[in-house]
Design a protein around this ligand. Structure first.
Ligand SMILES: [Zn+2]
Length: 328
């Protein structure tokens, strides 16, 4: 007695109210983390051409931009910095500058929004002369251990500025252990360490690189970012980061990697964040502009898919549009 015609599944979705009763609730805005690009200076609000609705902002402008976002219930940002002028070098030294854009923005945001969860991206590619996520070794490879040392310095500088958590994205072996040790040594035992444990070498980062001017000048990042053709190693990356002391894991990108989000969340009891990256955001915008789909309805469908796969939080450029997406 469990098939048609006695059973009719359409009963479970006959009216909007019935669908609401049986359907998943919309994810709370508190589950969204908004990634933002901070630039040095004041009064700067520069539109990012490849990411409609997103801007490069100086700290004072970010404070203004955040007001309606925080009012909707979004409680967290992930800061990406940028370095202008001279100083980019082989090692990415300006990334640890206490007067860098990120380090300066943190206390400004903290004053304006005492309860905001301020997370920072920790990487070197926006600060190295060559645009890679670490310095080169004599063979021309990226020097893993030297990169870890530098990443630890950057993370400490963000903690000193008042970040609630740091999120290293360089995909170096041992980066979580190196950063946890450095944070603890410097007295930052309360600082969250969120691992981009499984960050794939992906075409989906294109618009972000436009925003950050962080494309490598030579070569690509396949030597350190995970391969989408090797999911077994990708899963080991998250196992390693659990063992090294990560407080949360992350899969990046999200939409082409829903299987990995699901698998990581089954294997670990840690929170599993998903980074709904720039390309995933911009391609929905591009399709909507052409009239192929409805912008916010498609964004909503894509975000449900990420949560359904098992993500516990989503880092997304859609965060400021929570109301349009989930409470139309
Ligand atoms: Zn990087």
């Amino acid at each position: 007695m469990d098939s048609y015609p006695e059973v009719r599944l359409r009963r479970l979705r006959r009216t909007a109210a019935i669908r609401d009763m049986f359907g998943m609730d919309a994810p709370s805005p508190a589950k969204f983390i908004w990634p933002v690009f901070v630039v040095p200076g004041e009064g700067r609000r520069e539109a990012i051409a490849s990411m409609p609705g997103q801007f490069r902002l100086s700290a004072d402008e970010l404070v203004k931009e955040l007001e309606p976002v925080v009012a909707q219930g979004v409680k967290s940002v992930l800061l990406f910095g940028q370095h202008e002028g001279d100083g980019k070098d082989e090692c990415g030294t300006p990334a640890a500058d206490p007067h860098g854009a990120v380090q300066r923005a943190i206390p400004v945001l903290r004053r304006a929004y005492p309860d905001l969860v301020i997370l920072t991206d920790v990487c070197l590619c926006a600060y190295t002369a060559h645009g890679h996520c670490g310095p080169h070794d004599p063979d021309g490879d990226i020097d893993n251990d030297a990169a870890c040392e530098m990443l630890a310095r950057v993370a400490v500088s963000h903690a000193q500025a008042g970040a609630d958590g740091v999120a290293p994205s360089a995909m170096m072996d041992g980066q979580i252990a190196a950063i946890r040790r450095a944070l603890d040594d410097e007295g930052f035992k309360k600082t969250l360490l969120i691992s981009y444990s499984t960050k794939f070498a992906s075409q989906m980062y294109g618009p972000f690189r436009d925003a950050e001017n962080s494309a490598p000048s030579q070569g690509d990042r396949q030597g350190y970012q995970a391969s989408y053709r090797d999911p077994r190693t990708a899963l080991r990356e998250s196992d390693f980061d659990v063992a090294e002391g990560a407080d949360a894991l992350m899969v990046k990108p999200a939409l082409f990697y829903l299987d990995l989000i699901q698998e990581v969340s089954r294997r670990s009891l840690l929170p599993v964040m998903a980074y709904n990256v720039s390309g995933e955001y911009s391609m929905i915008h591009a399709a909507a502009e052409k009239g192929y789909c409805d912008l916010y309805a498609t964004a909503r469908e894509s975000l449900y898919s990420i949560f359904r796969a098992g993500a516990t939080q989503v880092i997304s450029y859609w965060a400021p549009f929570y109301k349009e997406i989930f409470r139309p």
